[in-house]
Design a protein around this ligand. Structure first.
Ligand code: GLY
Length: 303
């Protein structure tokens, strides 16, 4: 079986001064996941390792570098799925966790599928995952963005044009992979939407919405979470592969469905059971990097 992996570092209108950092971060994460696959590791281990690298990178809105909610708190969401067993693990609204994707993986390996807030933190401690400090997650960039939002919140909330709210930067991260045994896996992690309502949860930890994996395909999404949730974009893309589409066709069909039924923007990455990787977007950019057995190193781009 041919191994392959693709990661993303979020979609939206990425500013030119962030291109290089986003591409370098995606490339590094893809390489970390790739080494796991090359060593004969599972797709599940590869996507977890790649997403951990993206969470540790302050350039992305996940783990360290997560955005702040209206109260100035960092609440993170993550989900992971094994396409072979269809086992799934998610966490949402979790504070003070350095690598939310690893906590989601531990949930997947427990009797639970989804833990939130204080309960997820309690579970983390039971699992020997110690809580980090807020300073370990908070970056100057996100703090400044929050201050800007807070000072302009009156104008922001007065806006009635929904497009104003739906076309934003989405720094969610994710990875999908196929391993040497043909098994697929998907992982997604995020700080959510900047200045979000406390307790708000988007698509990222919701199976079938922000991530999905089965025997046909694995998908990770990034974008305006409310629309990806109600349209179940990740599962929709996998269903297109089950119907006979390849990764590129399925990804584009799912994003076309999003564009026809919603105003929100974003994108996805996908790998199919034949090892084809692709990305699709209706946003201006999607930071990503991919690698397969025909390539010497990952190729990264923001388009
Ligand atoms: N797609 C990430 C979110 O909406 O929270």
């Amino acid at each position: 079986m041919s191994i392959a992996l693709i990661v993303h570092g979020g979609a939206g209108d990425i500013k030119a001064d962030r291109f290089e950092g986003a591409k370098a971060g995606c490339k590094e994460a893809a390489l970390i996941g790739w080494r796991v696959l090359q060593d004969g590791g599972s797709a599940l281990d590869a996507v977890e390792a790649a997403v951990r690298a993206l969470e540790d990178n302050p350039n992305f809105n996940a783990g360290r570098g997560s955005c702040l909610n209206k109260e100035g708190k960092i609440e993170m969401d993550a989900g992971i799925m094994d396409g072979h067993t269809l086992n799934v693990g998610s966490i949402a609204g979790v504070e003070l966790i350095q690598n939310p994707i690893t906590l989601a993986r531990r949930v997947m390996e427990s009797e639970h599928t989804f833990l939130i807030g204080a309960g997820a933190q309690f579970f983390a401690r039971e699992q020997g995952i110690s809580l980090c400090r807020n300073e370990d997650l908070l970056t100057e960039r996100q703090y400044e963005a929050w201050k800007h939002h807070t000072h302009s919140s009156l104008t922001y909330e007065a806006k009635t044009d929904t497009k104003q709210k739906k076309v934003q930067k989405h720094g969610t991260v994710g990875a999908v992979a196929i391993d040497s045994t043909g098994k697929l896996a998907a992982a997604t992690s995020t700080g959510g939407m900047a200045n979000k309502y406390p307790g708000r949860v988007g698509d990222s930890p919701l199976v079938g919405c922000g991530f999905y994996a089965d025997e046909y395909a694995a998908i990770s999404c990034t974008g305006y979470g409310e629309d990806f949730t109600r349209l179940m974009i990740a599962q929709r893309a996998a269903a297109y592969v089950a119907q006979g589409y390849d990764a590129r066709q399925a990804g584009e069909a799912a994003i076309d469905f999003l564009s026809r039924h919603a105003e929100g923007d974003g994108g996805l990455i996908i790998v199919d059971r034949h090892g084809n990787v692709s990305k699709a977007r209706n946003s201006k950019h999607i930071a990503h990097a991919y690698i397969n057995e025909h390539m010497a190193e990952p190729v990264a781009d923001i388009l």
